[in-house]
Design a protein around this ligand. Structure first.
Ligand SMILES: NC(=O)c1ccc[n+]([C@@H]2O[C@H](COP(=O)([O-])OP(=O)(O)OC[C@H]3O[C@@H](n4cnc5c(N)ncnc54)[C@H](O)[C@@H]3O)[C@@H](O)[C@H]2O)c1
Length: 277
């Protein structure tokens, strides 16, 4: 979709981090914005900031893990702007812990946001794109969708799922001869609020996933803080939409890690040591 001027972008997780940066880049390219997020106060502040800077923006409080909420997002977007051209299924959360300790509630939470959020986004928006013969889907996966870092089981499972779902969507669209575009975003660490995903954890008593003595959140927080700026990721996303590029790999060290994993598989040897991330 080379020409973005006047087109409509819906971005989930649009109130923070990567989503907000993509919204900024999309607005700079002349797109109208629909920002979806579960954090109402931050979402309204973000909408006000975009409006003040001259963008044409609508915000919709959305829980991407609920299909009806994503359908409501689509309906509000189309009734305000007439149609949608870009859906960026980007909202995501992470919890840490060895696989045998992660609570069922945390599994359901991460699967709900990271996996079902993308499924709901595809089901709600792709039929619209097919009908109008134009559109682009961006799904945010992660380096954790191409490798399997330790202590991030539910996150890895959802992000590998998002990669294969995106690859399958690409092929499904090809079967129908559609020109609707697909991209899968696989970043390494980016300076965002992801290490504090707990702020959106549903209202249950969190189970102590991490065994005593294992410092995890601090390690992840430092890795995230050492990451690249969200604006760098956003520029790559907009470029991928314009040029219909599928894999969006933002960190050069990713290639070596993916290659190591593939070589392990091809040589049928045990997984090589991989640090967290
Ligand atoms: N930051 C990184 O290092 C990194 C690396 C790879 C992939 N990612 C992915 O990037 C995406 C964006 O995360 P980020 O890093 O910008 O973090 P972030 O925490 O800054 O932003 C995530 C946004 O998603 C929203 N959200 C959470 N649950 C939601 C729900 N149920 N419905 C709607 N919105 C919800 C949050 O309120 C927040 O605004 C995620 O999918 C994440 O997994 C991040």
């Amino acid at each position: 979709m080379q020409e973005l001027q006047g087109k409509v972008a819906v971005i989930t997780g649009g109130a923070s981090g990567i989503g907000r940066a993509v919204a900024e880049a999309a607005a700079a390219a002349g797109m109208k914005l629909v920002l979806a997020d579960i954090e109402e106060a931050v979402l309204k502040e973000t909408e006000a900031a975009f409006t003040a800077s001259g963008a044409d923006v609508l915000s919709v409080v959305t829980d991407v893990s609920v299909g009806a909420s994503v359908e409501d997002l689509r309906d509000k977007a189309t009734s305000r702007f007439g149609t949608v051209h870009l859906i960026h299924n980007n909202a995501g959360v992470a919890v840490g812990g060895p696989l045998w300790t992660v609570s069922e509630a945390d599994w359901n939470w991460v699967m709900g946001v990271n996996l079902w959020g993308v499924i709901h986004g595809i089901r709600a928006f792709v039929p619209l794109f097919l009908e109008q013969g134009e559109g682009h889907v961006v799904n945010t996966a992660s380096l954790a969708g191409l490798t399997s870092p330790g202590l991030l089981g539910p996150y890895n499972v959802t992000k590998h799922s998002v990669v294969t779902m995106s690859e399958t969507l690409y092929r499904d669209l090809a079967v129908f001869g559609s020109s609707v575009g697909v991209s899968v975003l696989c970043p390494g660490f980016v300076r965002t609020g992801i290490a504090d995903s707990d702020r959106n954890r549903p209202d249950w008593a969190p189970a102590p996933n991490m065994p005593e003595g294992v410092e995890f959140q601090g390690v992840v927080r430092n890795l995230v803080a050492s990451g690249i700026q969200p604006a760098e990721v956003a520029a790559r996303v907009i470029d991928a939409v314009r040029n219909n590029r599928f894999y969006v790999i933002t960190h050069p060290d990713t290639f070596a890690m993916v290659e190591t994993r593939l070589r392990d598989i091809l040589a049928e040897r045990n997984p090589s040591d991989a640090p967290i991330g």
